[in-house]
Ligand binder design. Structure first.
Ligand code: UT7
Length: 328
């Protein structure tokens, strides 16, 4: 793919300390641990501390990724932060992160593609390296979803958590790195998953607060059906483009939304559950941070070896979806 082979040369993650368990949620909304575990696979999730915002989570993950790559912040040419929970409207979270890191030579921007944002970011960053424009790109997925979650809405509050994952992209040897990307969007499904308040359509007002428009709204079951349809098919398309067969896949790193969605993708790809990196039991759905945190943990746990064929796949609000096939 492209002129120069490009791959992931460092990974990092950060999750806040505070754990919100299913038991605690039982005291907040009409739900129970058994329902949450059987319907979603989630047991607990993390919550950012009051003084922590998205750029703070991103900072920890980015420092780890840059160190793992054997680089310093000054070696980074571009920072892309995929997030739907930026610290503020502007400056971008990427600019706030650039300052915190001291990445003085880096350009910086945020990317908005909800839970697919990290894969969109990989596609963007790796293309800029393959073209010869940049050498090292930091791609971050970071979220403080707890700030836009309505903890009186049992349809959503059981699902989401806070965290950040980061990778450094750079040149790799021939035969390694990204083999394909497959990105997509269907804006006609935008109504299914959204935060409608606070933008130019519905600026913040007393009415927008009262009608809870600053919180995540989700038509859970419709999103579920879309996810089951798209996860397997986009992963298959990316594999086809890469010229890699399903049975050659060593590890699937899926968006961590719901264990049943991951299982359906595994079925479609004819892969057993041990071929998937699953950590949603600990963290819930962290939107754009889910895939990079899962990837960083797979690396930490020694589940990724040189030459392994890895599929990253996600879907989310927009609606958006994306998959990438890479050789480690
Ligand atoms: O990152 C991308 C964004 N989001 C997702 O990927 C989420 C995709 N959707 C899902 O994961 C699932 O749709 C949910 C986990 C959100 C819901 O599971 P479901 O199997 O689609 O359940 P449902 O919405 O059809 O609801 C089934 C029942 C309902 O009761 P009735 O109407 O059958 O009496 C709900 O009211 O479960 C009830 N319910 C709950 N019960 C206990 C919904 N939420 C809860 C809850 N605890 N937290």
């Amino acid at each position: 793919m492209g002129l120069h082979p490009v791959g992931i040369i460092g990974t990092g993650k950060y999750v806040p300390e505070r754990i919100l368990s299913n038991k605690e949620l039982e005291a907040m909304v009409e739900t129970n641990d058994e329902w949450i575990v059987t319907r979603t696979g989630i047991k607990e999730r993390r919550l950012a501390a009051a003084e922590e915002a998205t750029s703070d989570l991103a900072l920890h993950a980015s420092r780890a990724a840059i160190a793992a790559a054997g680089l310093t912040a000054e070696d980074i040419d571009l920072i892309i932060v995929a997030t739907i929970t930026p610290d503020m409207f502007f400056p971008s979270t990427a600019c706030l992160l650039q300052d915190k890191l001291g990445a003085k030579k880096a350009a910086a921007f945020d990317l908005s593609a909800a839970c697919s944002g990290f894969i969109y970011g990989l596609a963007t960053g790796s293309s800029m390296i393959a073209s010869g424009m940049y050498k090292h790109v930091l791609v971050v997925g970071a979220e403080t979803l707890s700030r836009i979650t309505d903890y009186t809405d049992r349809n959503t509050c059981i699902l989401f958590g806070d965290g950040a994952g980061a990778v450094v992209l750079g040149a790799v040897e021939e035969g390694r790195g990204f083999r394909s990307f497959e990105l997509g969007a269907d804006g006609s499904g935008g109504e299914l998953l959204k935060v409608s308040g606070g933008g130019s359509r519905v600026p913040a007002s007393e009415a927008s607060i009262q009608s809870k428009q600053h919180y995540i709204y989700m038509a859970g079951n419709d999103v579920f059906k879309f996810a089951v349809r798209i996860m397997g098919s986009v992963a298959e398309e990316a594999l086809l483009k890469a010229g890699i067969a399903k049975e050659e896949v060593d590890l699937l790193v899926p968006h961590q939304a719901n264990i049943r969605i991951i299982q359906s993708a595994l079925n479609r790809l004819n892969l057993s559950e041990d071929k998937a990196m699953i950590n949603l039991d600990k963290y819930g759905n962290m939107s754009s941070a889910s895939i990079p945190v899962a990837l960083a943990e797979a690396v930490e746990q020694g589940r990724v070896k040189e030459g392994d064929r890895i599929v990253l796949v996600g879907f989310g609000g927009g609606l958006t979806w994306g998959a990438s096939v890479l050789v480690w």
